[in-house]
Design a protein around this ligand. Structure first.
Ligand code: HEM
Length: 281
């Protein structure tokens, strides 16, 4: 019979290291102790912790998405197609993880949500600076939606930088132009602080790509962007459904009309010509 009381105390040559001065190298690198100190629920309600952790996890995925889209954009500016595609592909897997991460809170009943809703007062995901950065990179620019960050100079400056820069889509169109496609001057010179609006000439550019050879790397780029657009629309749809389940037509903690406001937001197209072109090929 195995003696379970005499497990080896001293590590052998094949065992992991266990003696460290101070914190483990893992904690130095991952800051796990900092991360796990950040869950500070305001109630004892059992549904609050899943809500808080899910929100924090989503913030981390948003951080990664913004990082990857900026990397993709930098690569496009340098005409480095492969590097841009790698960043976009990494962002697509991260976006799947973002979308999956809503699961722990996607089916809350109104009574469950009410159990802790009062405690967080006027807090709302609408005030997420990282989400706003993500939207700006998609081309959904809005100076007024930066206002929640007005009293936070660092967060405001980061948003202002992205507001004034071309979006990921603007950079894509400039890249297509350099690759010889007829992206019109008025699109290349557009006011990048304004929301991107669909343009028939851009649709024609994508039509030429989509009607051409199916192994064209530019078509791969179009499909990667379409994957991203679809994942963004799915996130918005899933968030909207979770909201509808948890609070019906009540107004939002952030002061909006709630579901009605989110429905309008969810209806906005992402990279619009990549969708409309499909009716023309
Ligand atoms: C079931 C739980 C949730 C409910 C009931 C809910 C509800 C709402 C509501 C009503 C709004 C509209 C703004 C307002 O008046 O507050 C909103 C916006 C938003 N929520 Fe949530 N939310 C939930 C979970 C989350 C989570 C986990 C995140 C992750 C970060 C999140 C991120 C956002 C974002 C980014 C917006 C702004 C969307 C935009 O600007 O278009 N929400 N939410």
């Amino acid at each position: 019979m195995t003696d379970t009381t005499s497990l080896p105390c001293d590590p052998g040559p094949d065992d992991p290291l266990v003696n460290f001065q101070g914190k483990t190298p893992y904690d130095d690198y991952v800051h796990a102790s900092v991360l796990s100190s950040l869950q500070q629920p305001l109630t004892n309600d059992p549904n609050e912790m899943p809500f808080l952790v899910t929100t924090q996890v989503m913030e981390l995925w948003l951080t990664l998405l913004v990082h990857e889209w900026r990397a993709a954009q930098d690569a496009l500016v340098k005409d480095d197609h492969e590097c841009a595609m790698e960043a976009l592909r990494r962002s697509i897997t991260a976006h799947h993880a973002l979308n999956d991460s809503i699961r722990p809170i996607a089916r809350m009943t109104p009574a469950q949500f009410n159990g802790f809703r009062e405690a967080f007062g006027a807090a709302s995901g609408f005030q997420s600076a990282k989400y706003r950065q993500m939207e700006f990179l998609l081309g959904h620019k809005s100076r007024s939606l930066m206002n929640p960050q007005r009293a936070d100079p660092t967060a405001y400056a980061e948003l202002e930088e992205l507001l004034n820069q071309p979006s990921l889509y603007d950079s894509t169109l400039a890249y297509l132009h350099r690759r010889g496609l007829p992206v019109p001057e008025h699109v290349l010179e557009r006011d990048v602080t304004a929301p991107y609006e669909a343009d028939p000439d851009v649709e024609e550019v994508w039509r030429q790509i989509y009607a051409g050879p199916q192994k064209d790397p530019l078509l791969d780029l179009g499909e990667a962007l379409t994957d991203i657009a679809e994942l963004v629309l799915r996130w918005r749809g899933d968030h909207l459904l979770a909201t509808r389940r948890a609070m019906g037509a009540k107004s939002g903690s952030g002061g909006s009309s709630g579901v009605a406001w989110l429905e309008d937001r969810a209806a906005r197209s992402v990279f619009p010509e990549l969708w409309t072109v499909r009716g023309r090929v």
